[in-house]
Design a protein around this ligand. Structure first.
Ligand SMILES: Cc1ncc(COP(=O)(O)O)c(C=O)c1O
Length: 508
């Protein structure tokens, strides 16, 4: 079965229609004599149709160069013509709707590795669905989802103020921070908002930022900094690697930098940066430079000791290892970072992202005082409260170890399949995702549908230079920490089968 450019399966009858129409561009998929058919006879309409069909057939024909994949570069920013290929979402309304997920009444009690016995065994109260194992968003715990169905309440009523205040205290625990000068922020928005907070509050027009580049997300952070008028210098490493400590030290000696940014785990490559050592280099060579960590793909799964490592900003989002639905931008700022904002020569260059607007709100909520600048997403704050209560109920080091342990299992399984990682060196490898090179001759659309058929969703490549050559497997949060779940074992089995199937189909 074919897939559309986003990796969704295309209904076969529809696929047949599209294919025949693509082969015979003058024939129509619409009934003869229908109003649509008559319109298609017009020259202009026919030309447009031909272009559409040619676009679709290019998408379907695997012999031609592959279409752009579902990366922010294609679907969100540079998408070409609108695509009306029918979208067939997985039917989640009935437990018997998905043959690959629900065993038939006659199937044996022991499931094959590729067919989990029952998704509800893993996901208890949730409707059956393929397991989301992309590097965020991730699977949810039932309790997190249930806490979102809280009755309506005012954002300044005592009940919600207490929940929000406690959530901020739990956020400190998440970052292993006890320094009262540091301040957590939970703001409605996605991880990207954290970049805007940094770029519009902690650096001014014309000042320098050093951006350590380990993949796609450094390019975007640099873009954001430049949007607000900072000069961003990128220190780039080859794909799969990270800049060396010597290069970082050398760069810091060349000119004064107001801040340095490090992507803790670059989600496009699975490269892990050693933020503790980078912070040490910065404090030795350029002590006033703010150390800013993009922890969107690391907070909650990679070790971070905010106070002890003397970090200035860690920004993250709710939807990855924290295990909350998307929609919250979460930041931790040091006293040094807050002073930097307070002593700016010019006002913050953003309104919604201004720390001047948010700082008193966060301080008030933490002191259990109602406060308003912009309405907080009350349901998401409940969900965050629930997940952070679970996460911080046990020592954080236990959480990091379990992610590291499962990561070792995944990486060993990948190696057993004869596959290699984008981050080749062990010390560069993230513990909650794995970016896997595909064998020569295979591309993500050859394998992702096979995984989906087996109830597993992985992501395609994202690094713009090599996106068609690899896939990404996210192993974080409840899929890793909940002993009742078999998500990772099932995904490894599915990968093995889908890979064999894809190779066979390609004659490899
Ligand atoms: C490392 C990293 N930084 C920033 C972002 C942007 O976060 P969001 O998509 O929540 O805006 C992402 C998103 O995946 C990310 O992985």
């Amino acid at each position: 079965m074919a897939t559309d450019p986003n990796g969704f399966l295309i209904d076969q009858s529809r696929e047949f229609q599209i294919r025949s129409a693509a082969c015979h561009p003058t024939s129509s998929v619409y009934p003869a004599g229908s109003p649509v058919e008559s319109r298609l006879t017009g020259t202009l309409a026919a030309k447009r149709t031909q272009q559409r069909l040619s676009l679709i057939s290019r998408h379907l024909d695997q012999r031609l160069p592959l279409p752009e994949l579902n990366t922010p570069f294609s679907t969100e920013r540079n998408s070409l013509a609108p695509d009306d290929v029918e979208y067939k979402p997985v039917d989640r309304t009935s437990t018997n709707s998905s043959p690959s997920l629900s065993p038939s009444p006659t199937s044996s009690a022991t499931p094959s590795p590729s067919q989990p016995a029952s998704p509800t065994a893993n996901m208890s109260q949730q409707a059956p669905h393929p397991t989301l194992l992309i590097p965020g968003p991730i699977e949810f715990d039932d309790a997190v989802l249930q806490s979102m169905s809280h009755y309506a309440e005012s954002h300044v009523a005592p009940g919600f103020v207490k929940t929000f205040g406690e959530t901020l205290a739990l956020t400190r625990k998440l970052f292993q921070s006890t320094n009262p000068a540091a301040q957590p922020f939970v703001i409605s928005g996605s991880g990207t908002l954290g970049w805007d907070v940094v770029a519009s509050n902690l650096i001014e027009k014309g000042e320098n930022a050093l951006v350590l580049h380990t993949g796609y997300f450094a390019d975007s952070f640099a873009n954001c900094l430049q949007t607000y008028g900072a000069h961003a210098t990128q220190l780039k490493a080859p794909i799969g690697e990270r800049p060396s400590f010597e290069e970082i030290e050398q760069a810091l000696k060349e000119k004064p930098y107001k801040l340095i940014t490090i992507t803790h785990v670059d989600t496009s490559t699975g490269v892990l940066s050693d933020i503790k050592r980078v912070a040490e280099v910065v404090r030795r060579v350029s002590p006033q430079t703010l150390v800013v960590v993009d922890g969107v793909c690391s907070v909650g799964c990679e070790e971070i000791a905010f106070d002890e490592w003397d970090l200035d900003v860690v920004l993250t989002a709710s939807q990855k290892a924290i295990g909350c639905p998307p929609g919250l931008s979460i930041l931790m700022l040091s006293g040094r970072a807050i002073d930097t904002f307070k002593t700016r020569k010019t006002p913050s260059s953003s309104y919604y992202a201004s720390l001047g607007n948010w700082l008193p709100i966060m301080q008030n909520y933490e002191a259990f005082k109602p406060s308003y600048f912009a309405t907080p997403p009350t349901q998401l704050v409940h969900a965050l409260h629930t997940t952070l209560s679970h996460i911080t109920a046990r020592p954080m080091h236990e959480r990091f170890s379990i992610h590291a342990h499962v990561s070792d299992l995944v990486k060993a399984a990948v190696a057993d399949l004869g596959l290699h990682q984008v981050a080749a060196k062990r010390e560069n490898q993230a513990h909650a995702m794995t970016a896997i090179w595909l064998p020569e001759g295979l591309a993500p659309p050859d394998i992702l549908p096979g995984l989906l058929k087996r109830g597993v969703i992985f992501a395609a490549g994202l690094h713009k230079e090599v996106a068609t050559r690899y896939i990404r497997f996210g192993h974080m949060g409840v899929s890793v920490t909940d002993p009742k779940r078999t998500d990772i074992k099932d995904a490894i089995a599915a990968l093995k089968e889908a890979l064999a199937e894809a190779k066979l189909a390609k004659g490899l």
